[in-house]
Design a binder for this molecule. Structure first.
Ligand SMILES: [Zn+2]
Length: 449
């Protein structure tokens, strides 16, 4: 009996090992290919993929026999579709989303459960055509475990770069214990800091545990359960200290910022990206151009909170509802102004505020704000990859990069909303099953989408 089991195990192992050793070839026939969103699309193109990586992109439709070693290649026919690089969302909170009784869940939910929520929300994001995300704040243990499992190919999900806990002052926008009794929520998380030394330590603590980048709150925020407005929270000195601490350890810094004074303080302190940027003006835009920082506009977050505040007056506490009504309408104007002034834009949604998987609606809102389609596609591919230091890995379809590839029925340069329902998604060489019904959204999309 023992011998038989042992033999079966050896045989199984043998099969597994040989199957793993074989290269997987895939050949995509792309009717129209926008390989790099900055350049013109080409028709009748062939993309050859070996395992995770793109081997070549060439004119015409090649067959398996045209490619050395690719005899058993799978042919993927996208001849009647528009093919482009996988989209990148540079602002997500993948471990959760708005839900009823969120206060209770905040003190009862385990890190482990948050990780598993991330796995599901990540798949919804991936099926929406987003093959890479930058998570900007969330339970540190949960997000690093999820990120590592995906990036080590243990489970499927979008490629993840993660910040760990949001760095916030006590009582600030990122202090999750706001409004709770001390005995219910006794220990603020490791991202809470006050003063220069404390803020350096908070940054270094995230890096010690695995942060790819740092996220901090330069100003108040809409959804924090306090009536503290959306103005500057950290002092100039604290912002300088925490950005220096992050840069010294080779980490980029993202600053959440709505109010103009706090936003400009973050830019002057040397931040790499401003998230939201709701109250920026012409002078702020000039400062962006001068420092080279990216704006991550998150229009769908503004759209979602404004809509909730109007349609469901009891959903938010009064302090949050007022901030939602004030900030929501500002964001589109801010994006238009920033784009016209030449500010670098990287696509980001704040997904978690909106339901995961609805990320593509941000593209439509950006167009409605007055940004041209091509610039929007550049922001969601090339620019977001640049911000995340992934230019050599993703953002365009070219030899040597990983195979993050999506397709749509219509030309996204003419009808950007077509990307809300991608017809094909490949992440790191693996085709994703799109035939999974999306759960009912908490806040259904507008009609027509
Ligand atoms: Zn956010």
């Amino acid at each position: 009996m023992f011998k038989k089991t042992l033999l079966a195990t050896v045989m199984t192992l043998g099969i597994t090992i040989s199957a793993e050793a074989a290269d997987k070839w895939k050949i995509i026939h792309a009717g129209t290919l926008l390989a790099d969103a900055r350049e013109e699309a080409k028709t009748e193109q062939t993309i050859v993929i070996k395992n995770k990586k793109i081997i070549s992109v060439s004119d015409g439709y090649l067959s398996a026999s045209d490619i050395d070693g690719a005899d058993n290649a799978e042919i993927i026919d996208l001849k009647d579709q528009y093919v482009m690089a996988g989209l990148i969302d540079a602002h997500t909170h993948i471990l959760g989303q708005q839900e009823a009784n969120s206060r209770e869940k905040r003190v009862t939910r385990s890190s482990q459960y948050s990780t598993l929520m991330g796995v599901e929300f990540g798949m919804r994001t991936l099926r929406a055509g987003f093959t890479t995300i930058r998570n900007v704040g969330g339970d540190r243990n949960a997000i690093f475990a999820y990120r590592d499992a995906v990036n080590n190919d243990l489970i499927m999900g979008p490629r993840i770069k993660a910040a760990g806990q949001t760095i916030s002052p006590t009582g600030g926008h990122g202090d999750g214990s706001n409004g709770y009794r001390d005995d219910i929520f006794p220990n603020p998380h490791t991202g809470i800091c006050d003063g220069i030394e404390s803020c350096r330590r908070a940054v270094r603590t995230q890096i010690k545990h695995g942060a790819d980048h740092i996220k901090y709150v330069a100003t108040g925020g809409v959804l924090s359960k306090t009536a503290t407005g959306t103005g500057q929270q950290f002092t100039d000195e604290e912002q300088i200290a925490l950005i220096e601490a992050a840069h010294a350890m080779g980490r980029k810094v993202a600053a959440h910022a709505h109010g103009r004074i706090g936003l400009e303080a973050a830019l002057r302190a040397g931040v790499d990206s401003i998230e939201h940027g709701s109250y920026l003006d012409e002078g702020t835009a000039d400062l962006f151009v001068e420092t080279g920082a990216y704006l991550v506009p998150t229009l769908i977050a503004g759209y979602t909170v404004e809509r909730i505040a109007k349609e469901r007056p009891d959903f938010f506490i009064p302090a949050v509802r007022q901030k939602a009504l004030d900030v929501g309408p500002m964001m589109k104007k801010a994006l238009k102004l920033a784009h016209d002034k030449g500010v670098k834009i990287a696509f980001g949604t704040d997904a978690g505020v909106n339901d995961h998987g609805t990320n593509g609606y941000e593209l439509v809102l950006m167009r409605d704000a007055g940004m041209p389609e091509r610039a929007i596609l550049v922001s969601a591919t090339v620019n977001a990859a640049d911000l995340m230091e992934l230019t050599s890995v993703t953002g365009t379809i070219e030899a040597g990069k990983e195979a993050d590839i999506i397709a749509s029925k219509a030309d996204p340069l003419e009808d950007i909303g077509t990307l809300m329902n991608p017809t094909f998604v490949m992440a790191r060489g693996t085709e994703i099953d799109l035939d999974v019904p999306r759960p009912a959204d908490l806040f259904p999309w507008p009609e027509g989408y």
